[in-house]
Design a protein around this ligand. Sequence first.
Ligand code: KG4
Ligand code: ZN
Length: 310
Amino acid sequence: MILSIESSCDDSSLAITEIKTKKVIFHKKISQELEHSVYGGVVPELAARLHAEALPKILKEAKEFLPQLRYVCATTHPGLSVSLVEGVTMAKALSMALNIPFIGVDHLLGHIYSLFIEKDEKLPLIVLLISGGHTNIFEIKAYNEHTLIAKSMDDSFGESFDKVSKMMGFGYPGGPIVEKLAEEVQSSNCKFTVPLAGRKDIAFSFSGLKNQVRLSIEKQEFSFEEIAYTFQQTATKHLLKEVKKVFVQNGTKDFAIVGGASANQYVRDEFEKLCNEFDKTLLTPKMEYCSDNAVMIGRYAIEKILKDTN
Ligand code: KG4
Ligand code: ZN
């Protein structure tokens, strides 16, 4: 079995997976959303202190499996350094104490492998990663053969939902809050322009859209529900427009959306339509594995163990 630890942002998560079968044996996550909510975003020092409390607590619950561990892994990057160090230190201490190897895992590859939890890897793949820290399109040709096709020039997709929620005086994380508000209306006269319209290259930008939302809130012409509806629609149109450019030039059959914001049902429905139009197959992680979790970190480490030792 492999023990995996995720502590890159505001979720303390630990999982144990059987390497041969990829079966998840144990998974627990303690989220810090409530503690950060009052600040409208993640406070790094608070996150680190809460990880230091939560991780040993979860490890105690998984104590019975410790003798069966053959590897231990943790997210090493990218993320908040003071948070990452909590998980990495615990993983390295376990590695020494149990005399088993430590594997460092890239958080973004973890999100991509959230697609393959309890399943075999299925590549090649075009992936749209939408999280609180990133909005990236990757081409994954094979294990460890990935190319970054596009990224955001400023805010990420998830972050823009967090900021819109904050501007409206609601909590963190903003994604589910804004999605819920948007579901309350079916149409609106509120209009925002789609970012980077008319550009030929593939890129993302959400800070201009955020400013359009701020001005609209200040003008008080539309309800929060209408603004949320138009914001979600416009931000998603931007994602669709950029991904469409990739579809036109790249024949890869499978397309996936991963990351915390891939839990958004409107985004999933819109990409389902685009994939049908281009004869692509849409892959998404199970809802419980969209946001940060240790299972996906363990799943990537398993692939590494299987591929790098053969
Ligand atoms: O992947 P994740 O858990 O953490 C990072 O690696 O950043 O993603 C968290 C982000 C937050 O910005 C959150 O607001 C966003 O994902 N998110 C959503 C939804 N659920 C979470 N954004 C839009 N719609 C959602 N339903
Ligand atoms: Zn993440």
